[in-house]
Design a protein around this ligand. Structure first.
Ligand SMILES: NC(=O)c1ccc[n+]([C@@H]2O[C@H](COP(=O)([O-])OP(=O)(O)OC[C@H]3O[C@@H](n4cnc5c(N)ncnc54)[C@H](OP(=O)(O)O)[C@@H]3O)[C@@H](O)[C@H]2O)c1
Length: 277
């Protein structure tokens, strides 16, 4: 498995499991457990997904089944916009930690920038407090564009370790990727499979045939080859396994270029400059 190193010296697995749109029942628990048994060490949760209890049960069962310890895992959650504000951050963090049945998180993210930039900065101060108190191992952001990051970096005492954004071959985020790289902030991709839409693409399928891999494996490998951390979601055991079998091959430059050329700046999620929860 690959790990990606942050500017603060910590690191996280380059491929993890996403759990958005998974109900808070045994489907969530079993998917997380199966992922951990299959070798995954990173789980991407969020308070707003409403499934932290069952995700937490899956983590506990996965630790036992794989005979590993909590410290072997990298667990992310995210503060939702309703909980923003410096003085609310620790309470929101403890809410997620408790729902997940954990003692700490490896990464806590601001889920969206929101449209109130003063509130954004004020909330980041709360995130910094959490980090400085060593309650959380790493802090980061999600859905921040360059404008948001400029504002944040100008004021921040602690730089985010990563920015989790929509990223797939129809939305290659080149400008944002270059900006993040310049500032030594990692990019993490959400909806890397474009919620399965990109798996139908002709070029993706042609490349998959060329290298005898599945379309999903091509996309996940393309993320790794671009130094983008990724968290494909699946509740299907065979797909969970398939999406993790991506460390024993790579794409050649021509294949990477052909995937990059699919960019249409097409989003399936909201525009971060406008979304406010
Ligand atoms: N920060 C944010 O604002 C934000 C927003 C969206 C998502 N996220 C995070 O990113 C994660 C991933 O994004 P996502 O859940 O939107 O979508 P995704 O990972 O792009 O796609 C998931 C879909 O692809 C299917 N799939 C997975 N592996 C497959 C394979 N090997 N072959 C065929 N189909 C496959 C899944 O089906 P089955 O499950 O039925 O197998 C599911 O329908 C989320 O779960 C969440 O953790 C974050």
């Amino acid at each position: 498995m690959n790990y990606t190193k942050f500017h603060n010296g910590n690191s996280m697995p380059s491929v993890g499991l996403g759990v958005f749109r998974v109900e808070n029942n045994d489907v969530a628990k079993d998917a997380v457990k199966h992922a951990i048994q299959s070798g995954y060490r990173s789980i991407d949760a969020a308070f707003i997904y409403g499934n932290e209890v069952k995700v937490g049960e899956g983590i506990a069962e996965g630790i036992k089944a794989a005979n590993i310890t909590r410290e072997d895992l990298f667990i992310t959650s995210k503060i939702w916009i309703d909980d923003y504000g410096k003085d609310n951050v620790q309470k929101a963090y403890e809410k997620s930690v408790n729902l997940l049945g954990l003692d700490y998180l490896d990464l806590y993210l601001m889920h969206w920038p929101g449209t109130d930039l003063d509130l954004l900065l004020n909330t980041w101060e709360g995130m910094e407090n959490l980090y400085n108190l060593q309650l959380v191992k790493n802090i980061g952001v999600s859905n921040f564009n360059i404008d948001h990051l400029e504002i944040l970096i100008n004021q921040a005492n602690v730089k985010p370790v990563l920015n989790q954004v929509e990223f797939h071959p129809y939305l290659t985020q080149t400008e944002l990727r270059n900006y993040l790289s310049k500032h030594n902030i990692k990019m993490e991709s959400w909806s890397p499979l474009m919620n399965a839409e990109i798996l139908q693409d002709e070029t993706v399928n042609r490349i998959a045939k060329e290298i005898n891999k599945s379309p999903a494996q091509v996309i996940i490998r393309w993320n790794i080859d671009h130094d983008v951390i990724t968290i494909p979601k699946s509740v299907t055991p065979s797909r969970i396994e398939e999406n993790f079998e991506v460390f024993n091959f790579s794409l050649n430059d021509d294949q990477i270029k052909r995937l990059d050329a699919l960019n249409e700046n097409k989003r399936i999620g909201p525009n971060p400059a406008e979304f406010n929860g």
